[in-house]
Design a protein around this ligand. Structure first.
Ligand code: NDP
Length: 313
């Protein structure tokens, strides 16, 4: 039996609706949550992501603004911009779109963001809050993965979870969230031996590697829940044919756009898994929804919301 498709768009819409109600409540109390996005230079992919984020925020009543320093911006000027945003009371969330140009010290920039406004959850203080299970801001993609699992009623406690990838942005925080939810967690990376056999142990397999179609059927235990974080643009015709020959919908979009977006999981894994996120339409929409959740959470945190109140956000 083919896997249940975990519809990220639908789950993201549910979350957006919940956040909208919360924003209405805040606005009635005279608070309009605000998000500042910093987009350095003119990376076309980054510009698309930023437009999506800003549009999504505007739609639900979050004030949002984009700051676009030039590609050649100095480290000092970028840090000064972050400091200005830190000081503005109407800005609750600050997001610096990555990657940054090489002359900029990314770590210094990210550490400059006020942890209370760090809606990406990358500041060491928020990393510490996550690992000590204190209220803080959790990175958006990992938080979205947990929402997919919970809202799809996939059990986590006591399950074997394997996370492939150990980035600060996805792999590590996802592993921490799964551990905090009482899964037994294994984290794999490029030096892991016998990757397929470790992955086959997983009841929940999260893949965040950045290699199109790498996780084939032999990596997946029958019935496992597979979360595919990968977002890879396939532009090569031969590679396209390897994965999607005969898929009319994909064929149409590939011919029209010259590329198609696919995950790290091979399309035929759907025949083995019990449940799986599609790409596109799986984890991606949750990343944006959780940015809105984090902006509202930051607005509450900064205004002294108690721990109990926050746990509902
Ligand atoms: P990184 O490149 O930062 O990390 C990739 C990880 O995969 C590393 O830990 C690396 O190991 C590991 N890895 C690479 N090759 C292998 C291999 N052959 N076997 C096992 N592990 C391997 O990527 P990110 O975490 O930032 O992103 C991962 C993917 O998720 C990308 O496709 C990205 O585009 C996508 N993404 C999607 C988002 C969404 O909203 N849908 C949001 C963020 C990311 P090592 O540490 O040893 O180098």
């Amino acid at each position: 039996m083919p896997a249940i498709i975990l519809d990220g768009k639908k789950i993201a819409a549910e979350i957006r609706a919940e956040v909208t109600v919360e924003i209405q409540g805040l606005r009635a109390a005279g608070v309009r949550p605000g998000l500042a996005v910093v987009l350095v230079g003119s990376n076309p992919a980054s510009a698309v992501y930023v437009r999506q984020k800003v549009k999504a925020c505007e739609e639900i009543g979050i004030h949002s603004e984009t700051h676009a320093p030039p590609q050649a911006v100095s480290n000092r000027d970028l840090v000064a911009l972050i400091n200005q945003l830190n000081q503005r009371d109407e800005i609750d969330g600050i997001l610096v779109q990555l990657p940054l140009p090489s002359q900029v010290d990314m770590k210094q920039v990210l550490i400059t963001i006020d942890p209370a406004k760090d809606v990406d959850g990358f500041h060491p203080m928020n990393v510490g809050f996550l690992s000590t299970q204190l209220p803080g801001l959790v990175p958006c993609t990992p938080a979205g993965i947990l929402e997919i699992l919970k809202r799809s009623r996939i059990p986590i406690a006591g399950q074997e979870a394997v996370v492939v990838g150990r980035s600060q942005i996805v792999g590590k925080p996802t592993a921490m969230l799964l551990l905090n939810n009482n899964a037994t967690v294994t984290v794999c990376h490029s030096k892991t031996r016998n990757l397929a056999s470790i992955c086959r142990r997983a009841d929940i397999l999260v893949v965040a590697v950045g290699r199109a179609g790498m996780i084939t059927q032999e990596y997946v235990k029958p019935g496992a829940s597979v979360i595919d974080v990968g977002a890879n643009q396939v532009t090569d015709r031969r590679e396209f044919d390897k994965f999607f020959r005969g898929n009319k919908k994909r064929e149409h979009s590939f011919t029209k756009n010259g590329s198609t977006l696919m995950g790290d999981v091979h399309p035929r894994v759907v025949e083995v898994a019990g449940a799986i996120t599609p790409v596109p339409g799986g984890v991606g929409p949750l990343t944006i929804a959780m940015l809105m959740v984090n902006t509202v959470k930051a607005a509450n945190l900064r205004r002294g919301a108690g721990i109990q109140e926050l746990s509902k956000v």
